[in-house]
Design a protein around this ligand. Structure first.
Ligand SMILES: [Cu+2]
Length: 212
């Protein structure tokens, strides 16, 4: 949930069920607000897997959710320049609560109001992936494995009345498809706009397990 007052955004987020560990530490899940030019941000479904390797990687997902506009880091830089800063990843480990108040640029604020903004949490568990997919480098940063930057959760933000969470909730079963039909679109007064979205796991092409 993001509460907007002008360009100030109070972000509260809870995630669970993501990959827990990476090497010896907590898995760094980078996360962003993505902005789709022209609005109509959505979350990719498994059909976005153009190269057929079994996962939706970040460029493949971009057709649905657009480019990184804001990086939801744990501290410091929140610009797109910090997109793959795993050291300051906003989510560390499989379950976490993220709370931070940051300033957004005008483009991002407009996109949130216009339905063009989605929150994407990245980082799949390599052990869930086929060997060749495990070994592939990230298309964003070849010092990182592809799994680290592939999207794991995605939710499109929509206007929501104060205190009204989106209807429904994340599918607790494996292999759910991305969707935005759980959001509510209601005007709110007083200059505060609450944008909320429940994120859905981006399913693997083959529903062999709960990929997150
Ligand atoms: Cu992202």
């Amino acid at each position: 949930m993001i509460t907007l007052k002008g360009n100030k955004a109070m972000i509260t987020e809870h995630v669970e069920g993501l990959a827990e560990t990476f090497q010896d530490g907590k898995y760094p899940h980078v996360q962003h607000i993505h902005v789709k030019a022209g609005g109509n941000g959505t979350c990719p479904t498994a059909s976005a897997d153009e190269d057929g390797d079994g996962i939706v990687n970040t460029p493949e997902g971009g057709a649905a959710y657009g480019e990184v506009s804001t990086t939801l880091t744990d501290s410091g830089d929140t610009s797109a320049a910090a997109a793959v800063d795993v050291e300051h990843a906003g989510i560390k480990g499989g379950s976490a609560t993220y709370e931070r108040t940051i300033d957004l640029d005008d483009k991002t604020v407009d996109a949130i109001k216009n339905g063009g903004a989605s929150v994407v949490v990245h980082g799949l568990n390599p052990e869930d992936l086929p060997k060749d997919v495990q070994d592939a480098k990230s298309p964003l940063d070849d010092s990182l494995p592809q799994a680290a930057t592939a999207p794991a959760l995605c939710g499109t933000l929509a206007d929501s009345q104060m205190g009204q969470p989106p209807k429904g909730g994340p599918d607790t079963g494996g292999g759910s498809t991305a969707g935005t039909d759980d959001t509510v679109m209601l005007a709110s007064g007083g200059g505060i706009l609450v944008a909320a979205g429940a994120a859905f796991a981006i399913s693997r092409k083959k529903k062999t397990n709960s990929a997150h």
